[in-house]
Design a protein around this ligand. Structure first.
Ligand SMILES: Cc1cc2nc3c(=O)[nH]c(=O)nc-3n(C[C@H](O)[C@H](O)[C@H](O)COP(=O)(O)OP(=O)(O)OC[C@H]3O[C@@H](n4cnc5c(N)ncnc54)[C@H](O)[C@@H]3O)c2cc1C
Length: 403
């Protein structure tokens, strides 16, 4: 029997190094929620730094709809994550969202069919649930969310409010730079190496690293050597109607049938407390550019969103609105459709949180809270992270070793 066995009572396991520096890579909703909850939970002796290539919430986290649903993920692996996060959004809004901070509000949500070829008068049943501003040729209306089960935030303002709070109250710092790789020594993450630019120090020493790089996750070899995150491009427009008071807080999930008989589309419409109306849809596979600032919407997709806006409501047609944004961004998607949240197998202190697909704004708070517990306490108590473990991508025999 070997005397060096780590299970020997006379030989205590080597103590974990004391956590002093945590570096969170990526300033989207997932990275910022993680930094926020880390900062709230950590002792003052732990320094927390966010590294962001461009600006906080410059990508999907700033251009998303911001729709939140309590129970739409029920029955699947995201159920506990989504329910926990929906409730965290409510408590965060009580803590942080003043009258104008980031526009959290409960919403009613309707499902509607919109068909350019049908006359409005024959189709407005049941009329009592359709708000007056939805005066286009809609039918098959049903309520799919109530003010108890659906809500919204302005995603960019939400993410930036959390960052501002983490900075003001807890001293979290944002470094602008591009993460190139994670330095690993003796099976442990020791630093984040940045692309050298303008004489700035290129290495940030770290006791723990959290990788929250959205659809750019696989640019880092530590991630791409284990699993894939692809980007699905989606488009959106933001309109300011001339008469914003006419628009009630009702989110619309549309099934749209174009008049020329093309493929049915599923655009979404979110009125915002700012008086703006956000529409999104038109997703397609496309290459994710290196620079998040270079992501542009395709003309045809943007044109279609304007057409749908004008057909669903006369308040949103050309001449009735000021166009505030025409944009696109990428959903971060994993091959099994589940986010990846956990410590990387074989690299102590290297954590990943990505692949939130179309629910990153909803699931940001619970992801951040659970990740903060995992990093600081060694395990998450907010929710069970095992369905999201990166170890699920290991090949069979290695997965069994990690179980
Ligand atoms: C059109 C659209 C509508 C959506 N609507 C909703 C919705 O209503 N509700 C909902 O819950 N979700 C919605 N989503 C999904 C949600 O936006 C995403 O799941 C979420 O924003 C992903 O956040 P993230 O932090 O993982 O990634 P991102 O927001 O992409 O952030 C990643 C960040 O990492 C930075 N970065 C990348 N590489 C590097 C590097 N090497 N070094 C440093 N920084 C780097 C990027 O600049 C970026 O800021 C929507 C998405 C789209 C596209």
């Amino acid at each position: 029997m070997s005397l060096s066995s780590s299970s020997s009572p006379s030989m205590p396991a080597a103590a974990e190094p004391q956590l002093k520096r945590v570096v969170v890579c990526g300033g989207g909703v997932i990275g910022i929620c993680t930094a926020f909850f880390l900062a709230k939970k950590a002792a003052a002796s732990v320094s927390i730094t966010v590294v962001e290539k461009s600006s906080v919430a410059c990508a999907a986290s700033g251009k998303a709809g911001g729709f939140l649903a309590l129970d739409w993920c029920d029955g699947g692996p995201l159920s506990e994550l989504a329910r926990t996060s929906f409730n965290l959004h409510r408590s965060l809004s009580a803590e942080l969202d003043g009258p104008t901070a980031y526009g959290y509000r409960p919403l009613r949500t309707l499902s509607l069919s919109l068909s350019a070829s049908t006359s409005p008068s024959s189709t407005r049943k049941p009329a009592h649930i359709i708000p007056d501003w939805v005066d286009g040729p809609v039918r098959n209306a049903s309520t799919i969310g109530t003010v108890e089960t659906t809500a919204q935030v302005h995603p960019q303002l939400f993410t930036r409010t959390l960052m501002a709070e983490a900075k003001a109250k807890h001293g979290v710092e944002v470094v602008t730079g591009e993460v190139e790789r994670v330095e690993v020594e003796g099976g442990r993450a020791t630093a984040v190496v940045l692309k050298e630019e303008g004489g700035r120090p290129a290495v940030l020493p770290a006791d723990a690293v959290v990788l929250a790089l959205g659809p750019w996750s696989c640019r880092l070899v530590v991630i791409s050597s284990l699993f894939r995150v692809s980007g699905l491009k989606a488009h959106s427009i933001v309109l300011k109607p001339r008469n914003p008071d006419a628009i009630t807080p009702d989110a619309l999930f549309l099934n749209y049938h174009p008049s020329h008989g093309g493929k049915a589309l599923d655009p979404e419409v979110y009125p915002r407390p700012t008086g703006e109306v956000y529409l999104c849809g038109m997703s397609k596979d496309a290459k994710v550019p290196d620079d998040p600032e270079q992501i542009e919407g395709d003309e045809e997709s943007i044109r279609m969103l304007h057409k749908i806006a004008g057909e669903v409501s006369s308040h949103l047609g050309e001449g009735e609105v000021e166009v505030r944004a025409e944009q696109a961004c990428f959903l971060p998607c994993t091959d099994d459709g589940r986010p990846v949240i956990g410590e990387m197998p074989d690299i102590k202190g290297c954590y990943v949180a990505t692949g939130h697909s179309c629910w990153g704004i909803l699931n940001g708070p619970a992801t951040g809270a659970a990740m903060a517990e995992l990093v600081l306490d060694g395990q998450a108590s907010t929710l069970d992270l095992s369905p999201f473990s990166p170890a699920r991508f290991l090949s069979g025999s290695r997965r069994r070793q990690h179980a």
